[in-house]
Design a protein around this ligand. Structure first.
Ligand code: UD2
Ligand code: MN
Length: 286
C-alpha cells in the first residue's frame, strides 16, 4: 500500500453511467488490442489508481474453458470500468484443462487460493465469463473495511438480460456474479467441490452462506444489470444429474467439503498482458 496517498474519493470517480455493449456476435478484440486500450493495467491484469489510495483490494475470479471469445469481450469491457471505479484489482482467469466435466465451483476455490498466495486481497468477485455490466454505477467491490465485521456477501447479477429475454430470478439465486470478503468466504468454507457439470453449485453456496449466519445482500444492486453473451450449452458441461441429491446434503458436508478439502494440480500460473492465467487439473468426479 502506498500510505503516502490519500484515500480515493468515490465522488471523484469519473463514471459514465449507462454503457454501450458491443454486439456479442462481433469479433472480440485481441489481447494485444485490449492491452493497448488499457495502458495503465500492468502484467497479470493488475491495476492501482495512480493518484489516490484505493479503499478496496479486489481479486476478480473468472472460471473458464473454451469460451475465449467471451473472455476477450469481458476483459475489454471490464478493465475500463474497474479503473474508473478507482479499484486496486487483479483479474484472475482460472482455466480448467480438458479431460473431465467442468467444475465451476472448484475453479472459484482455486482462484481464491491462488490469488491469496499473491496478495492480501480483501475482496473476491466470482464472475461468469459471459456477463457484461450495463452501467458502471454498479460497484465492483465489498463494503468498506470498517464495515466488514457486520456485512454480508453480495449478489450482483440480479438482473440478467439473457439473449434479449429477462432471466427468471428466484429468491435464492446466487449465480453469475457474487462478491465475498476474505473473512466471509473463509467462513462459508468456499464453494463445494463436488458439483461436476452444469447446475446448483450456486444454490449450494447460497445455503452455505445462510448456514453461517449471513444473508445475501442485494440492497445496493439496483444499478447492477447485465447482458449475458449468447451461448448454447457447453459440450463438457452437461446438466448435472446429481445436483439435487448433492444440494440436499449440502449443509451436512459444508465443513468438510470446500476450501478445507481443495486438492488440485497447478499446471501453470502466468502473468499475461491483461490477466493472470491459472491453469489447473481439478480431476474429475469420483
Ligand atoms: C447459470 C449461472 C452460473 C452458474 C450456472 C450453473 C447466472 C447468471 N449464471 O449460468 O453462474 O451457476 O448457471 O452452473 O445465474 N464455463 C466455461 N466453459 C464451459 C462451461 C462453463 O468457461 O464449458 C464457465 C463460464 O464462466 C460460464 C460459467 O462457467 O459463464 C457458467 O456456465 P454457463 O454460462 O454455461 O451457465 P448459465 O449461463 O446457465
Ligand atoms: Mn452463461
Amino acid at each position: 500500500d502506498d500510505v503516502t496517498l490519500d484515500f480515493c474519493e468515490p465522488g471523484k470517480a469519473k463514471l459514465k453511467g449507462q454503457l454501450e455493449i458491443a454486439p456479442s456476435a462481433a469479433a472480440p478484440p485481441s489481447y494485444d488490442v485490449i492491452g493497448k486500450s488499457n495502458l495503465e493495467v500492468t502484467p497479470g491484469g493488475k491495476y492501482r489508481p495512480p493518484n489516490c489510495r484505493s479503499r478496496h483490494k479486489v481479486a476478480v475470479i473468472i472460471p473458464h474453458r473454451d469460451r475465449e471469445a467471451h473472455l476477450k469481450h469481458l476483459l475489454s469491457h471490464l478493465h475500463p470500468i474497474l479503473q474508473r471505479q478507482q479499484l486496486e484489482y487483479t483479474v484472475y482467469v482460472v482455466h480448467q484443462i480438458h479431460g473431465s466435466l467442468f467444475n465451476r465451483a472448484m475453479l472459484m476455490n482455486v482462484g481464491f487460493a491462488q490469488a491469496s498466495l499473491d496478495n492480501n486481497y480483501d475482496c473476491f468477485i466470482f464472475h461468469d465469463v459471459d456477463l457484461l455490466l450495463e452501467s458502471d454505477r454498479c460497484g465492483y467491490h465489498c463494503p468498506k473495511l470498517s464495515e466488514h465485521g457486520r456485512s454480508n456477501p453480495k449478489h450482483l447479477s440480479v438482473a440478467v438480460d439473457k439473449f434479449d429475454d429477462v432471466m427468471p430470478t428466484y429468491r435464492y439465486v446466487f449465480g453469475g456474479v457474487s462478491i465475498f470478503t476474505r473473512e466471509q468466504f473463509l467462513s462459508v468454507n468456499g464453494f463445494s467441490n463436488l458439483y461436476w457439470g452444469w447446475g446448483a453449485e450456486d444454490d449450494d453456496l447460497f445455503l452455505r452462506t445462510w448456514r453461517k449466519g449471513y444473508k445475501v445482500d442485494r440492497t445496493d444492486t439496483e444499478k447492477c444489470s447485465f447482458r449475458m453473451i449468447s451461448h448454447s450449452h457447453d459440450r463438457d458441461n452437461p446438466m448435472s444429474a446429481m445436483r439435487y441429491l448433492l444440494l440436499k446434503q449440502s449443509l451436512q458436508r459444508q465443513n468438510e467439503d470446500g476450501l478445507s478439502s481443495l486438492r488440485y494440480r497447478l499446471i501453470s500460473k502466468t502473468r499475461g498482458r491483461v490477466f493472470t492465467n491459472v491453469t489447473v487439473d481439478v480431476g474429475g468426479p469420483t
